[in-house]
Design a protein around this ligand. Structure first.
Ligand code: SAH
Ligand code: SF4
Ligand code: F3S
Length: 438
């Protein structure tokens, strides 16, 4: 009999990928994914620990689910509740202490064992906690990925050895692990057969991917581009320290590789970059941006920023604003620094008051927003290849993504979802670009 599965995903793209894979793991056991938790037999919260706010959201969500679980129990129905992902990994037992109605707590590296965890609690056992870092990677035990639509994420690398001083990821995801090239290529072929046209390779430090002397990310991208059906490639998230010559050359040589790169810099101040343990300074970042643009002149850069890192002065912040303007980032995510338990930066003196962080964030976001707007405006009149991936609101209307991830809508009778079409950008709307057939 079909069982209902509801998964709510917080955090990054890796979590989106993991949620899809958890559904793949549970499908052979009769679980079908639902849009709502109301009738679910199993609810999974796939959580994020990156900032305090993200982690706290999980506990307020758990409060709501507790009431649902109780209401269901009164009707004689059983709803199992699992907490997965990075909060589960970081807090482990503590999740069960704070939310004793949770049935399963599992980390990002053990979800291939979900069916047996569900089986164990269903038999009436006590809550299951599994936050190990197993010797054998979960990837070896996952069933074939099922595609949904023309875009797909594909995790090729996981974990991080960089230990930026503010970041929990090395603790929640563990040490860097790279999947073998053959496993990645097999997953990509399976996805392409199911209609996937665009692959986004995922890793916390994706450009550190390496599998033996012959295989670096550039070689992998080249092999992926040769797969029938794969028309576009992206990779995320990159660290500036691991972006070498071969990858820059791939941006020049591979038309499938989209001219849009998320390359977080975090701060424009050398002093702060040192305190963050980023391993690069602003000049190195600038030179890297220049080399990438020399290789691929239409390349646009996006970035992440943290404002209000301990000890950040007005001067340091000004350095960030200057770098943003100079590099001309077109798409960005910016955050107030959030001290995370167990990270070195949380113990630094000179933590800044929230009001300072708030004001700097507002100023930075205003600048970044102007740059995004200017970039969108500059796209008007340009021809772009758009991957149509969803139906629009009106008859004949389709939605898609530009090479720069901008949502694009177009009236294109006779065109189908999954096609890459050349369009001319005609206008900028608040949340999308409007295009006409080129
Ligand atoms: N692997 C990615 C980052 C993953 S976390 C990378 O190296 O870029 C995503 C973003 O969250 C980071 O780029 C950083 O900007 C932000 N972030 C991480 N820890 C944070 C913290 N303690 N406070 C605020 N923002 C943080
Ligand atoms: Fe975190 Fe730094 Fe690793 Fe990115 S590179 S995941 S910011 S420690
Ligand atoms: Fe969050 Fe874990 Fe991703 S902390 S950002 S879900 S790696």
């Amino acid at each position: 009999m079909a069982k209902r599965l509801f998964i709510k995903t917080f955090g990054c793209q890796m979590n989106v990928y993991d949620s899809a894979r958890m559904a793949d793991v549970l499908a052979p056991f009769g679980f079908e994914r639902d849009e709502r938790p109301d009738d679910a037999d199993l609810v999974i919260l796939n959580t994020c620990h990156i900032r305090e706010k993200a982690a706290e959201k999980v506990f307020s969500e758990l409060g709501r689910l507790r009431r649902l679980k109780q209401a269901r129990a009164q009707r004689g129905e059983r709803m199992l509740l699992a907490v997965a992902g990075c909060v589960a990994q970081a807090e482990g037992e503590a999740v069960l202490r704070r939310a004793p109605f949770v049935d399963i707590v599992l980390g990002p590296q053990t979800y291939h064992r979900l069916p047996e965890m569900v089986e164990r609690v269903s038999r009436g056992g006590r809550a299951v906690l599994d936050t190990e870092f197993p010797d054998e990677p979960k990837f070896d035990f996952l069933p074939e990925a099922r595609a949904e639509g023309s875009n797909a994420f594909l995790a090729i690398q996981e974990g991080c050895d960089r230990f930026c001083s503010y970041c929990v990821v090395p603790y929640t995801r563990g040490a860097e692990y790279c999947r073998p090239a053959e496993a990645v290529l097999a997953e990509a072929r399976a996805l392409a057969t199911q209609g996937v046209r665009e692959l986004t390779l995922l890793g916390q430090n994706v450009n550190a991917w390496q599998a033996g002397p012959e295989w670096d990310l550039a070689a992998l991208l080249t092999a992926l581009a040769a797969i029938d059906g794969i028309e576009r490639l992206r990779y995320v998230t990159s660290h500036p320290r691991d972006l070498g010559e071969s990858l820059i050359a791939a941006h020049r040589d591979l038309p499938e590789l989209m001219p849009f790169l998320h390359l977080p810099v975090q701060s424009g101040s050398d002093r702060i970059l040192r305190a963050m343990n980023r391993g690069h300074d602003r000049d190195e970042y600038r030179r890297l941006a220049d080399r990438l643009r020399a290789a691929r002149p239409d390349l646009a850069l996006s970035s992440d920023f943290i404002v209000g890192f301990p000890g950040e002065t007005d001067r340091d912040f000004q350095d960030t604003l200057d770098l943003v303007a100079e590099i001309g980032f077109v798409q960005t995510y910016s955050f107030k620094y959030s001290p995370r338990p167990g990270t070195p930066a949380a113990a630094l003196p000179d933590q800044l008051p929230d009001a300072v962080k708030e004001a700097r964030l507002a100023e930075l976001q205003a600048l970044l927003h102007r740059q995004t707007e200017a970039f969108n405006q500059a796209c008007v009149g340009r021809e772009m290849a758009v991957l149509l991936d969803r139906p629009g609101k009106y008859a004949d209307q389709l939605l898609g993504r530009s090479p720069y991830m901008q949502p694009v809508h177009v009236r294109a009778p006779g065109r189908r979802i999954g096609e890459v079409v050349r369009l001319r950008i005609a206008a900028v709307h608040p949340n999308s670009l409007e295009a006409i057939p080129a």
